[in-house]
Design a protein around this ligand. Structure first.
Ligand code: UDX
Length: 466
């Protein structure tokens, strides 16, 4: 299956990511890592599912890594899916891509040189792994969340067979997961999203291996339970290949003002505030967060997603954060508020940033670990409570457990004073400072030459070359 280029065997790998930056980012990083190992990489880009900001980053990456060959994958129009209109948008995107699965066949077979492997996002696995297997192309899954979440993914199909509701889950080899930490949609086994989740959980068994953007010392128990057969029998090898993180290289698209402001701040003095690419805060919570950041007395860089702020009734960021915060944030005061998007990887890698108020999307956690930035975990949904508990256990930061999450019964708006106090405590916590530095060293050791993640990936590439 490998092609010969001069004397060397060249592996040709195709990657198929899913929708959303939380899935695209690790795929892009894996693509560039494989290219740096000498693989030929074809990236199957599903352009209609990415926003303009995201597309911009895609083209920036493709121009930075000329070894990566983007391949357009046609997508069924979402309007054809009336029956699913009420479902979660992420579910819709995945379902649309899955329904286009048959269109991938001619694309995969027309690639030259022929593929040595095909790597697909977990959320698309059940539709695409059988296709690759039929074509006799070794198929792999990239799991874009934590290995701990993977234990739940792998365990769930068996558990759900006769369950009416998913509550506390006791996975062999793992600490029990209380019901409050299970992603909300999964409590109901009849939910469409859960059904997709279960199908993909079953597809894990059909892949040659499952790659996870984590590193062994961060999740030693989960990696051992998965590979030791405790979670589910017949699972293929689980390979920790993270942190999939590249040292920041200032791209031309990043706003100069943000980095000029960061350049002027003292080392490790700034707290960066961001909730990933798709998490919304209520308008009331955005207001309180603004108050809290001011009250903290700390320097801060706060990224507010414009699509979330502007979406509902047109009231803009200026009115929401109020108090002249935005005005003072024009680069002279203690804080800077940015509307829309920053290159987070670059922000976390900037020496002025010392803390991160984060929703704990898995990429954010791994990026903070690799940059040695401490986290104040404020999970908002999905896998984020599981990730927040890992942040706490590993010493990467602290978890504001009492703050609740989206849609939770009884969850109240967290007051500014409380936020301000937790932010101040985070930056002043020397114990967390030490443990974060240790986690960073472990992360860099794992992904450096000879480290467990580096070698795990190198072994796979060697296999593809053979
Ligand atoms: C989603 C889920 O919410 C998350 O729980 C899951 O683990 C992955 O999929 P998202 O919420 O977007 O992801 O968070 P995260 O995993 O942190 O991924 C966001 C990515 O976009 C990160 O790589 C981050 O660096 C990047 N990003 C986000 C930016 O570069 N700039 C931004 O302004 C926001």
């Amino acid at each position: 299956m490998s092609a010969t280029s001069g004397d060397a065997q060249v592996s040709h790998v195709a990657l198929l990511p899913s929708a959303g930056m939380g899935h695209l980012t690790p795929f892009l990083r894996l693509a560039s890592t494989l290219a740096s190992h000498g693989c030929r990489v074809t990236f199957i880009a599903i352009h209609p599912t990415v926003s303009s900001a995201e597309s911009l980053h895609l083209s920036a990456l493709f121009s930075t890594y000329p070894q990566i060959h983007p391949l357009e994958f046609p997508l069924l129009h979402l309007d054809a899916m009336d029956a699913y209109k009420l479902a979660d948008p992420f579910y819709l995107h995945c379902e649309s891509i899955r329904r286009s699965a048959h269109l991938l066949l001619p694309l995969l077979t027309s690639l030259s040189p022929p593929l040595s492997s095909f790597i697909v996002d977990i959320s698309l696995a059940s539709a695409f792994i059988p296709i690759a297997n039929k074509l006799d192309i070794p198929s792999y899954i990239l799991f874009t969340s934590s290995a701990t979440m993977l234990t739940l993914f792998a365990y769930l199909p068996g558990l759900i067979a006769d369950a009416k509701r998913i509550d506390d889950v006791a996975i062999p080899g793992m600490q029990p997961l209380p019901a409050s930490m299970i992603p909300p949609a999964l409590h109901d086994p009849t939910n469409l999203f859960t059904k997709q989740f279960i199908e993909n959980g079953r597809a894990l068994l059909q892949a040659k291996a499952i790659l996870v953007n984590t590193f062994e010392s961060l999740e030693a128990d989960a990696v051992a339970a998965l590979n030791g057969g405790a979670v589910v029998r017949g699972l293929p090898p689980v390979v920790a290949i993270g942190p999939l993180h590249q040292p920041a290289a200032r791209p031309s698209g990043s706003p100069g003002r943000t980095f000029a402001w960061l350049d002027a701040q003292p080392a490790r003095s700034v707290v960066y505030v961001s909730f990933g690419s798709r998490t919304a805060l209520s308008r009331a919570q955005i207001k309180e967060l603004g108050v809290g950041l001011e009250r903290s007395g700390c320097r801060f860089l706060w990224v507010v997603k414009s699509k979330i702020v502007d979406r509902e009734d047109g009231e803009g960021l200026e009115e929401l954060v109020g108090n002249g915060l935005l005005e003072r944030g024009r680069g002279r005061g203690k804080g800077l508020v940015v509307k829309g998007w920053v290159d987070q990887n670059e922000v976390l890698g900037h020496g002025a940033v010392g803390g991160f108020v984060s929703h704990c999307g898995w990429n954010s956690v791994v990026e903070a670990a690799a940059c040695g930035v401490r986290i104040l975990a404020w999970p908002r949904g999905a896998d984020q409570r599981v990730n927040a508990s890992l942040v706490e256990r590993s010493g990467l930061g602290v978890w504001a457990r009492e703050w609740g999450w989206d849609g939770e019964e009884g969850a109240e708006v967290v007051r500014g004073e409380e936020i301000g106090q937790r932010v101040r405590e985070l930056l002043g916590d020397t114990h967390v400072g030490e443990s974060v530095a240790r986690v960073r060293e472990e992360a860099l050791r794992a992904s450096g030459v000879g480290g467990s993640s580096y070698e795990g990936l190198a072994d796979l590439i060697e296999k593809w070359r053979a």
